[in-house]
Write a protein that binds this ligand. Structure first.
Ligand code: ZN
Length: 278
């Protein structure tokens, strides 16, 4: 986050192309559209105990729950701004969200920021259809699970296969609303870009979204310690532009998921956010 914030400040905020907004904590009402109450209660109990482990790679410390609530709240704020015509937002937040299922935390994710925003958009912010485009190198199993029987959400994910969390096969299509693109590591970067956009083409065929949510995972960069895709920073600007070209009437927002090489993450996030702001 420090790397991302510094780069966004220098390239977008200081030149007057963007402003910072404080992330508000998400309301329980918004969280509970996606998460079961037992999950939120469990996080609150662990927070009161000072933290602890939720699974083999997901822990909470003091402040984690507030950070997670503010990450989800940022996504809801971004959805509202986008749908009110106030422009696109990039949510530079952690923890990430797309592995958090309705009932459990996993894969560094406590609350599913993108899913909470999508559900709020549909329920109270005026959206009729939402497209989530997830280009994190890992499958967003939590987002898929949250919406697999919700035809008002189309979910597109390209992800390394086989890889964590082991889900996201192409034949897992939900109610016809999941567009999974599992791909081998080490392919030419143009293949990943092409195949993701081809899936977006299928997802918007007969489905004009009011809101596009980028689930923005920069661990798809070449050299990321947690993935073996081969993308370069400019590709994340391409995603912003090419998805906009495919859903030209949709409001747009983007929420940070993964990305574990801080200098590369920061450069790619800045390219992506600048393209969103064009
Ligand atoms: Zn990831």
């Amino acid at each position: 986050l420090e790397a991302v914030h510094a780069r966004l400040e220098a390239e977008l905020v200081a030149p007057g192309r963007a402003v910072w907004l404080e992330a508000p904590a998400a309301a329980d009402e918004d969280l509970l559209r996606v998460h079961v109450s037992a999950h939120v209660t469990r996080l609150a109990a662990l927070d009161r105990a000072g933290g602890g482990w939720l699974d083999a790679d997901t822990s909470m410390g003091p402040g984690s729950l507030e950070a997670a609530r503010r990450a989800a709240g940022a996504a809801v704020l971004a959805a509202g701004r986008a749908l009110r015509g106030e422009g696109p937002s990039f949510c530079a937040v952690r923890p990430p969200g797309h592995h958090a299922t309705p009932g459990r935390a996993m894969g560094f994710c406590l609350l599913n920021n993108a899913a909470v925003a999508a559900a709020a958009a549909l329920d109270r912010l005026g959206a009729r259809r939402v497209l989530v485009v997830d280009w994190d190198v890992h499958h967003g199993n939590g987002t898929a699970d949250a919406f697999r029987s919700e035809p008002r959400v189309h979910y597109v994910s390209i992800h390394q296969w086989p890889h964590y969390p082991g889900t996201g096969l192409a034949d897992d299509t939900g109610c016809g609303n999941l567009f999974h693109v599992p791909r081998a590591p080490g392919l030419p970067r143009a293949t990943y870009v092409h195949d993701l956009l081809a899936a977006v083409d299928r997802a918007v065929d007969g489905f004009a979204p009011d809101l596009v949510i980028h689930s923005a995972g920069f661990d798809a960069l070449r050299g990321d310690p947690l993935g073996a895709f081969t993308l370069e920073p400019e590709d994340f600007a391409t995603f912003a532009r090419e998805v906009r070209a495919r859903a030209p009437r949709a409001a747009v927002m983007s929420v940070l998921e993964g990305g574990y090489d801080p200098p590369r993450l920061a450069e790619a996030a800045a390219r992506h956010a600048a393209a969103l702001a064009e």
